[in-house]
Structure formats: C-alpha cells, structure tokens
Design a protein around this ligand. Structure first.
Ligand SMILES: [Zn+2]
Ligand SMILES: [Zn+2]
Ligand SMILES: [Zn+2]
Ligand SMILES: [Zn+2]
Length: 583
C-alpha cells in the first residue's frame, strides 16, 4: 500500500484516536475500539490518544500521576548506535560501554554484541544490515553510514518483512508528518538522507524503493521527513547520547519547554529488554492533563529553543514557558545595584540607551533599558553584556565542536570565557554561561578520570560543578534527570577529595575540614539520590547512576562513622589527659 493510500485509509477510519473536550479538527471522528486494540498496544489503559486543534495527536492521562511515576515503558521500534559508539556497545541492548567482552559480527566486522542471545535477538534487523554494511566496506567507502541511515535501513527491512498491514508498519506509517512546513534547510537534509538511504539499501534507482512499500520518490522524502521529526536520541544512564531510535507510541507525546514528563533509559532491566524507553512523570499530573516531554535542551533560552524546534521539528512552540512574559533566568544578568534581583539579558537591537533623565521604568516594552525585576535599576553596561553574549556563544560553538577531538583547546576556551561572562554579570543559569560551565565540568571530569588527579584540577572541577548545579536549579524542575546527574557528579567530586584510606590528619583543624567535606559530599549525594529517584522513575531507583550513588552514600556514611568515632575518641583522650594533668 502506498503512503497516499494509507493516508486515505487513515482518514476513513481515524479509529485509534479518541476525541476529547478540546476543540479538534478530528473531534467528529468516532472512536473505534477495534482498531485501537490492534495498534499502540504498549500504551497502558490510563493513557489515551486524543487530538487537539493546536497540537494534533497527543497522549493524555485519565488518572492523576505522581512525580517519579513511570507512565509507560516501551522498546523502540528500531534503534541504531552512533558511529563512535558502534565498537563500544552491544547493537541489540546498547549495553557495554567499552568493548571488553563484546563479540564482533564475523561477517561485517562492524557490529558488536554482548553474546549470542543479543545477536540472535537482533538478527531480524541485522540480517540485511550485515549485507548492506559489507557492500559499503567492499565498495572501498571508508565512512560507515550514519546512525540515521542505519536506523532508516532497519525500518525498511523490517517493514518489508512485516508487511503493510502489520501493527508494527502501521504505527511507523502513522508517525506525524509536517510535510507542508519543511524549511529549505531541512529539505536539503531530508533529500540527502533519502539519497544515502537508497544507496545503502543497494538500489540502483529510487523507483526500486517500491519493493519496500513506498510508492515514489516524493513518498520517500515524506517518509524521511517523518523519521527526522520523530527520532529519539537514546542516552546512557548518565544522559550521554548513544544513538538514534524511533518509537511511534512515544512519538505521540507533544512537546513543552517546561515538560511534565521525561523520556529516559535508566537501564533497570535485563539486557534482552533493553534499551527500554521509560516515560516518567516529573511532577504531579492531574487526570485529563496532556503528557508533555521536551524534544530539545530546555536549558536554552527562548530564541534558541524556538529556532531549534522550527528547524528540526518544524513547529513554533507556544508552550507556557515560551508564552510567559516574565523574565527567564536563562536570559538574565544580575542587578547592577546587586539587590539580589536580575535584569533580562539585553538582545541586539531591542535595548537602546535612553537619556539619563528618563527614570520611568519601561519594563517589557521595545527600545527600553533592561531593568532589575526587583528594584527597577537600569542595566547600564548593555554593550558589554551584548559583547560577552556574542563571544560567549562563538566560544561555546567552537568548544563543543572540539570537545572530543581537541579537549585541551576546548577546555582552554571554556576557562577563558567563563570569567568574562561572569564579570559581565550573567547569572549562573543564563546562556551561554551555564552551557560553558557544564561543558567545562565535563572536560575536567574527563581529565580526572584519565590521569592521576591533581589537586588543582579537582578543586576547579568542584567549583565548576557547584556552579553548574546552582545554574540548573534555577531553571529546571526538581527531579529533572539533568539536575540529578549534575548533583551526582558534584557529590562524587567532593567524595574524591577524601581518598580512602586517609593518612592520619596532621592537625585537628585539618581533620575537622576533612569531616566537613565528607559531610558535604554525603549531603549532595543524598540530594542526588532524591532527584534521580524522580527523573529516572521511582521503581528504577535512579537507574544505573542512582545505584552508584546509593553505594557511595553507604560508603561515605561508614567513613563518616569512622571519623566521628575517631573524633570522639580523640576528644575523650584529650579530656582524660586534662583530668590527669589536673589531678
Ligand atoms: Zn547486548
Ligand atoms: Zn554483521
Ligand atoms: Zn516552548
Ligand atoms: Zn535590583
């Protein structure tokens, strides 16, 4: 069946869609339970697919949900590791994290597995993929196709095998299309992907794509566009990206820049059930509220979020955060009078200098000065802030690009720019200061892991991780996985500072400092445990990082116990000595 026919068929029976109270283009559609039963079986009964005029299809809850509740868990329809991760992880379960113990496919020699169980489970996908990859290698091409192409290839082979009538294929074909809204830049990317896919599948002309149930080149372009706007990045338990995946049930969830849920991969199940996507509630969600996740990095300020959503996901975001008229810490500068309040960061062209005599607060209007939201003092050094924002963004782009190829240069850029942005008055939550701080922390941690840690690097990493935590706290909801991971990193850094077993302290003061530091590490790790327990799902207990943190907590509590015992013994000895002296 062609896409056009499928679409027509869908219009005849939009059956998997239940109408709701919101004004809806499809609200006249009669829900047909029969079709719903055959599709989206992984969605539990307390969640419902509804349509609204504003955002099309979405997922709504019929029952109240609690923070940390796993709303549903599902294996993606397809997944592919990114090129850099191919030799480091199992291509079936995405486990591993180093190729020790992984077994390579003897045919293509490019794909790795934990064992024969994982290899057998992946065979539906890898059977044809293996041949395609061997063809690429034999052709003398050095570059392995990207995860996007390999993911698309996996979809094509599986839909060919399953047939157009299978729920698997139907769910894939029902991924939301934004064909009309495709921007020229996105169109180029989609065309490039379509051409690469045709070549990867070993077809000599685009018309041969009919063998995969796709009628024409135009339908293929539409297919690729649906794929791009519905792809999820699979992450490891510490949120590092591993590759691309497609899950039609999860793709039903609409976007918000202040989401009430997140999609995570806590790795809490046996390998044969992984990679398992889990949709977790971040806050209380009431009955008949829409489930919303974020498609993009929500630490970015509005302008960048909007651009990224428009370019990749082809829509303009009208979420509560984007529509809010309140100033946002993502775009903020400390009050020039240091009253503790903040001013909205100036934007090019929007803020011009007014005569000094003008004292009226022009808050929020065009061509006004940026003013402190608390004491209304005007931000005078607009040009300095604008300069800092511009060079900060340039440095961030460059440093991110160099992160893996030239980490030393990347680190240098961060360490140079962070003080400039800080002295321009940017708050720790504001962009690009927060992004640079997080990148710098990651680079310092990588340094500490690779070499014997120097005290300076460790101190700098602790300072930097503390700033990152403070910055994230200002803009992300409690329990957001990014906050939980950042806290876990800080706690671990604080704990490293006290290598065990410790040499005897030279003085009581040093000993007291050591204990204080240890207590601080414990406090931060306990906070991390709480937040990870929400963001990675309460039943998963924080996922793999949460388990790690719990072990650290136990170890620190034991060490602190030793400390306390040591201190009280030392005090008793001192008292006894005094008593002896007195007598
Ligand atoms: Zn595996
Ligand atoms: Zn192979
Ligand atoms: Zn938004
Ligand atoms: Zn102020």
């Amino acid at each position: 069946m062609s896409f056009a026919k499928l679409k027509a068929a869908r219009q005849d029976k939009p059956s998997y869609v239940t109408s709701n109270a919101l004004p809806s283009q499809e609200s006249s559609a009669v829900p047909s339970e029969g079709a719903k039963e055959s599709l989206y079986k992984s969605i539990p009964d307390h969640l419902q697919i509804r349509t609204s005029a504003v955002s099309g299809r979405g997922l709504w809850t019929t029952k109240p949900c609690l923070p940390g509740q796993v709303l549903f868990a599902v294996k993606p329809h397809v997944a592919a590791l990114s090129n850099e991760r191919l030799a480091l992880h199992c291509s079936q379960c995405f486990g591993g994290g180093g190729n020790a113990g992984l077994k390579r496919c003897t045919q293509c020699q490019l794909i790795y597995y934990c064992d024969s169980t994982c290899q057998n489970l992946d065979w539906t996908f890898h059977k044809n993929e293996c041949i395609a990859l061997q063809r690429v290698t034999a052709s003398g091409e050095t570059a392995i196709p990207s995860d996007a192409i390999r993911c698309l290839g996996r979809i094509m082979w599986k839909r060919q095998k399953q047939g157009p009538a299978s729920p698997w294929t139907q769910e894939i074909d029902l991924l939301q299309s934004h064909k009309q809204e495709v921007q020229p830049s996105a169109y180029e990317l989609h065309t490039h992907l379509a051409i690469s896919l045709v070549r990867y599948l070993g077809l000599s002309s685009p018309s041969e794509i009919a063998a995969f149930g796709i009628a024409s080149g135009a339908d293929l372009a539409d297919f690729v566009s649906r794929f791009v706007t519905n792809t999820f990045t699979i992450t490891d338990p510490s949120l590092a990206p591993l590759g691309a995946s497609v899950s039609p049930p999860v793709a039903l969830i609409n976007h918000s820049c202040d989401p009430n849920a997140v999609v995570v991969f806590p790795r809490s199940r046996p390998n044969n059930q992984e990679p398992l996507m889990q949709v977790v509630a971040l806050r209380e969600i009431s009955a008949n509220e829409e489930i919303l996740t974020a498609y993009i990095d929500t630490t970015l300020p509005k302008a960048q979020r909007q651009t990224s959503l428009r370019e990749t996901y082809l829509f303009s975001c009208a979420c509560a955060l984007c529509m809010s008229t309140q100033s946002d810490l993502r775009d903020s500068v400390w009050c020039p009078k240091a009253c503790g309040g903040v001013c909205p960061a100036p934007t090019e062209g929007k803020f011009t200098r007014l005569p000094r005599s003008c004292t009226y607060p022009h808050n929020g209007t065009e061509n006004s000065l940026s003013r402190c939201t608390q004491c209304l003092s005007a931000l005078q050094k607009t040009d300095e802030v604008l300069d800092a924002l511009r060079i900060g963004q340039q440095a961030l782009d460059k440093a991110s690009l160099l992160q893996s190829t030239d980490p030393a240069k990347s680190k240098q850029l961060c360490s140079k720019l962070i003080p400039i942005l800080t002295s321009a008055g940017l708050t720790p939550s504001s962009h690009p200061l927060l992004a640079l701080t997080r990148l710098y922390t990651a680079l310092l941690i990588a340094d500490l892991q690779s070499s014997s840690p120097s005290q300076e690097t460790l101190d700098e990493a602790v300072v930097c991780a503390t700033k990152a935590v403070a910055g994230l706290d200002g803009i992300l909801r409690y329990g957001h996985p990014v906050r939980g991971i950042a806290r876990a990193e800080l706690g671990k850094l604080l704990a490293v500072d006290e290598p065990a077993p410790r040499p005897p302290a030279a003085s009581a003061a040093e000993e007291a400092f050591g204990a204080k530091r240890l207590r601080m590490a414990l406090d931060v790790l306990l906070q991390a445990r709480g937040e990870l327990g929400v963001g990675f799902g309460a039943p998963n207990e924080g996922g793999a990082v949460g388990r790690d943190v719990r072990e650290d907590v136990v170890r620190l509590e034991r060490e602190l116990g030793v400390w306390q015992k040591g201190l009280s013994e030392a005090m008793r000895d001192a008292n006894e000595a005094k008593t002896v002296q007195r007598s």
